[in-house]
Design a protein around this ligand. Structure first.
Ligand code: ATP
Ligand code: MG
Length: 632
């Protein structure tokens, strides 16, 4: 192992040689002729002239060495199913699904929309699309008709693959009526819908459109469907961002660059080895699910666990019992899930044999110190590694690459810039690069974006350029829209999103800093701070907090006392200028389906405006509480 600094420097300064070497980790039908074509910035083309196939690299290529090794381990605590598919089994199932798609006329470049719960067939569906060179667009199963309809319209799929129902807490959650309604709402109509019937919820097929998966599968038990070799730059999929800050963006990913990026990340970032087991608790509807439930572990020759169920059912030990049973080496989850576990008995963390587990990776939102400490101590000091990335990037921008060089994590920091990422902090007003330690700037990436990152926004090159590349004055650089500082050791700390900054009487304050201050009060469980327009000060901060113990907050006077107490904490830590104008107590906060705070929506209703697109919101009642509070 060399030094990480050298490794990173080479990835930037000797880019083509570096990535040519990484490209050897995957199979090519035709070798790339050019490593990176950046002649038309900001559009980067990786491994130009190369021909490959994502499904081949995830499945077929392992048959020679590991046909009988577990590839996909499906566990549902919803339906009490547990089934292991070897690479041989997976290869057969993917071909059956691909054969059905082929029968329906799906060819290279066609879009296929996947609206499915966390079942093995969802993995077959994604891999089957990749096999045919069809472009999949997975829509999170928790989304309802309206969100689904906008995505159907945007992706214009020839075929949709779905199921009768998902399941939550042991109860069937119908999908089919939502899908039918979405197709009705959408101007684009798919020619066919493949229905996986789990027999959880009865449904009526639409004659002439819907086909039954089991019936079709039975016709293709031994059908051979070869991989369609596609150009490296051929799109593998589209996927929408979480919609935390506005209308979701349809991220378009290539084939060759993505395969190489994932193949390289498994050893360098996750320290995964062929034959090992990867357990990512995300959902296939999110980017983390695409990269680290499906493609990454399989490309790396590992077994991957696909888990349907809650983290606390039958009890809060379920995930750790799976770690023991399947000898999980690499685990990947999100801070929001750990916060759910935090409410359970901590003894469940040590009840099982976790000796196989090397590290727990967490991504998706800021990993707050109390949560990081709680899980790290609970798991007896196992490495807890924060990953900072975006749907757009497909794999981490910031983290610790222990597979390159062992390094210590720092609480509150996702780590350093990952190889391939030329990360720069810039002043948002002047565009000037900030090179000093602890200077706060916008986290940007200089082009070309590394392999695996988005090629463009599906069907909208202009929005791609305008949204991401034209926000820093005088420079064509990719903006993450996140604030960060870098310390003297090169560790980054994410301070929040650029639209989370408020301006109080000329002072620019990060809402996240105020939130952290409020959270340090021992009786605060969670808090959201937003800027609200104010005639005098421009903006004032307003806080919506969830108290841990609400027993003393039954009347207005008690709430007022508590509010004053919280304000005092902010006063003493950040100064009076940061003190929120109000601290209002709620029982839930509005979040996206992926567990992120919807500050944009909170701000809108706090200012008496229409919150706009709420299709990605999890719990409308949480927002209603705020609407009601503001009125009083
Ligand atoms: P949209 O772009 O549609 O508003 P979104 O940004 O929430 O939605 P994602 O791509 O799912 O969609 O989330 C990426 C964002 O999540 C990052 O830009 C960052 O703000 C936040 N994030 C992800 N991982 C971390 C992390 N480890 N630490 C802090 N923030 C993180
Ligand atoms: Mg985003």
């Amino acid at each position: 192992m060399g030094s990480f600094a050298d490794f990173h420097a080479r990835s930037i300064n000797d880019r083509d040689a570096f990535w040519a070497e990484q490209a050897k980790r995957v199979d090519w039908k035709v070798q790339p002729q050019q490593i990176c074509d950046y002649s038309n910035p900001p559009f980067a083309k990786w491994f130009v002239g190369g021909e490959t196939n994502l499904c081949h690299n995830a499945v077929d290529r392992h048959l020679a060495e590991r046909a009988d090794q577990p590839a996909l381990i499906f566990v549902s605590t919803e339906t009490n199913q547990e089934k292991t598919y070897t690479y041989r089994d997976l290869h057969a199932e993917v071909q059956r699904m691909a054969a059905i798609l082929k029968d329906l006329g799906v060819v290279k470049g066609d879009r296929v929309l996947i609206y499915m719960p966390m079942i093995a067939e969802a993995a077959f569906a994604m891999l089957a699309c990749a096999r045919l060179g069809a472009i999949h667009s997975v829509v999170f199963g928790g989304f309802a008709s309206h969100s689904l309809a906008t995505r159907i319209e945007d992706a214009s799929p020839k075929v949709i693959i779905s199921a009768d129902a998902g399941s939550r807490g042991g109860k069937g959650v119908p999908y089919k009526p939502l899908l039918d309604e979405a197709i009705k709402l959408s101007a684009h109509k798919p020619a066919n819908v493949i229905m996986v019937d789990r027999q959880l919820v009865a449904f009526t097929p639409v004659a002439g459109r819907d086909v039954d998966y089991a019936t079709e599968r039975a016709k293709h038990m031994d059908t051979v469907v070869p991989c369609e070799w596609v150009e490296s730059t051929h799109p593998s999929y589209t996927l929408y961002t979480s919609g935390t800050t506005g209308k979701p963006k349809g991220v378009q990913r290539d084939t060759g660059g993505y395969t190489v990026a994932l193949a390289s990340s498994i050893p360098h970032i996750y320290q995964g080895k062929p034959g090992g087991t990867f357990f990512c608790t995300s959902d296939i509807g999110w980017v983390v699910g695409h990269s680290y439930i499906i493609y990454g572990p399989l490309i790396g020759g590992m077994a991957t666990i696909l888990y349907e169920g809650l983290p606390i059912r039958p009890d809060g030990g379920i995930w750790w019992s799976l770690v023991e049973k399947y000898k999980v080496n690499v685990m990947f989850s999100a801070p929001t899930a750990i916060r759910v576990l935090k409410k359970q008995d901590p003894a469940l963390l040590t009840k099982y044999d976790l000796s196989s587990l090397q590290a727990l990776f967490l991504a998706g939102e800021p990993l707050d110190e109390p949560t990081a400490k709680w899980i790290s101590e609970g798991l007896n000091g196992k490495a807890i590694i924060d990953n900072y990335w975006q749907t757009e990037t497909g794999w981490p921008i910031l983290t610790i690459c222990n597979g390159v060089e062992k390094a210590e994590s720092k609480f509150g920091s996702p780590g350093k810039a990952v190889y391939g990422y030329n990360v720069k902090l810039v002043d948002d007003q002047t565009g000037e690069e900030l090179t000093g330690a602890n200077q706060k700037g916008v986290l940007t990436i200089e082009g070309p974006l590394p392999p695996g990152n988005l090629q463009t926004i599906w069907g909208d090159d202009e929005r791609f350029v305008k949204t991401y590349w034209k926000t820093v004055p005088g420079k064509l650089v990719y903006s993450t829209f996140d604030w960060a500082v870098r310390d003297e050791d090169g560790y980054f700390f994410i301070l929040g999103r650029t639209d989370d900054v408020i301006n109080v009487a000329g002072h620019r304050l990060g809402t996240r800093e105020i939130e952290e201050s409020i959270s340090s009060h021992p009786n605060i469980a969670e808090v959201a701070v937003v800027g609200v327009a104010d005639q005098l000060k421009g903006q004032v901060a307003m806080a919506f907090a969830i108290a841990k113990d609400t027993s003393g907050l039954t009347d207005a006077a008690a709430r007022k006392t508590f509010e004053a107490e919280v304000m005092k904490v902010v006063d003493s830590q950040l100064g009076a200028v940061a003190r929120p104008s109000r601290v209002l107590f709620v029982t839930a906060l509005p979040k996206t389906r992926s567990g992120k705070l919807l500050r944009r929506a909170i701000q809108a209703v706090a200012e008496g405006r229409d919150p706009g697109d709420l299709t990605t919101m999890d719990d409308p009642a949480a927002l209603q509480q705020i609407v009601d509070l503001i009125k009083t």
